[in-house]
Ligand binder design. Structure first.
Ligand code: NAI
Length: 335
């Protein structure tokens, strides 16, 4: 296949460590990639005076694909989330988060295999907050029929493409009758176009309990932005933790692949971070760019390392460093 050009954003905290490990593994799979490294976030602010420089977004628009490490978002201080800014600027409206248990990793549900499709552009994430009077803050939740329909359609089309059987809408329409009510009615309108796929819905609080007690009942789940943020961390916990949950942000302009977890400042710089989630995101990226064979070989190599169970990072109870884990996968790819 022809050489690909892909934007690479190493990110903050453990980002550069896990990205470096992943790039080495992807290159060992034989796929030829020209990486265009860009910085965004606090590092870009320091260097260029802005958190989301046009050079980075232009690079993603041109290449249509990016692999991104996590970014640190300082709490308070008027620093708006660069992740949210990036998703809005590129209109990356669908956040796809597969949740799949891996062999030999102790977890609550060893056969779990579900996918969360999170709306990425609106909801409370619109960041519309203001002080009404001192001591009273209003935060505005925006839900539109357009975005709710678009994300529901993405979820059903994804289910159809991936041969999945059911899509569940997650909401709180019993309380937020207008906003979540609109999300839910948009969902069922789209469902009519996919009679072969079962459509149902769950109220978010019940859904969380069901996920902990009996998650196998779910297949594809679609939800608003904030619920998606919270539920995907819950689901990561069901399969062994945040180090194992990959993600993709997809829009018409391009796609940005990144792990669900953040920059893990508590372990940054120690070389102990688990690169699995970002590697799995990179495997999704390889499939997205048509490198299915390399994606499958890389995934097989990773699964073999897990199945052997001797080179496992600290978060999963092992002693391997980030680089050891990457080397073990590279050895398998070279066999
Ligand atoms: P976090 O996901 O960075 O860390 C939570 C816990 O999980 C920590 O104990 C951490 O050590 C562990 N952990 C996370 N990823 C790991 C990995 N690959 N290997 C081993 N252990 C791992 O969440 P936290 O602490 O809430 O956020 C830290 C920063 O990351 C914040 O500034 C937050 O805004 C940002 N963040 C960025 C995201 C992104 O860029 N997509 C997503 C989530 C958070």
């Amino acid at each position: 296949m022809a050489k690909h050009t892909i934007t690479l954003i190493p990110g903050d905290g453990i980002g550069p460590e896990i990205i470096a490990a992943t790039v080495r593994i992807i290159e060992a799979s034989g796929v030829e990639i020209d990486w265009e490294t860009q910085i965004i976030g606090a590092q870009a602010l320091e260097k260029f005076g802005e958190t989301l420089p046009a050079a980075a977004t232009d690079s993603i628009k041109k290449n249509k694909v990016a692999l991104k490490g996590p970014l640190t978002t300082p709490v308070g201080k008027g620093f708006t989330s660069v992740n949210v800014g990036l998703r809005k600027t590129l209109d990356l409206y669908a956040n796809v988060r597969p949740i799949r248990a891996l062999p030999n990793i102790p977890c609550k549900y060893p056969n779990l295999n579900l996918v969360i499709v999170r709306e990425n552009t609106e909801d409370l994430y619109a960041g519309l907050e203001h002080t009404v009077v001192p001591g009273v803050v209003e935060s505005i939740k925006i839900i539109t029929e357009k975005a709710s329909t678009r994300i529901s359609r993405y979820a059903f089309e994804f289910a159809k493409r991936e041969n999945r059987k059911k899509v569940t809408a997650v909401h709180k329409a019993n309380i937020m009758k207008l906003s979540d009510g609109l999300f839910l009615s948009s969902f069922y309108n789209v469902a009519k176009d996919f009679p072969e796929i079962e459509a149902d819905d769950k109220i978010i609080d019940n859904c969380c309990m069901q996920l902990v007690m009996n998650p196998q009942q779910f297949d594809v789940m679609v939800m608003e932005n904030l619920y998606g943020d919270i539920v995907s961390d819950l689901c990561a916990g069901l399969i062994g933790g945040l180090g194992l949950a990959p993600g993709a942000n997809i829009g018409e302009i391009g796609a940005v692949f990144e792990a669900v977890h953040g920059s893990a400042p508590d372990i940054a710089g120690q070389g102990v971070a688990n690169p699995t989630a970002i590697l799995m995101s990179a495997i999704l990226m390889l499939k997205h760019i048509g490198e299915r064979d390399a994606a499958e070989r890389t995934e097989r190599a990773m699964l073999e390392v897990f199945a052997e169970g001797t080179t496992i990072t600290k978060d999963l109870g092992g002693t391997a460093k980030t680089a050891d884990f990457a080397n073990a996968i590279i050895d398998k790819l070279k066999q």
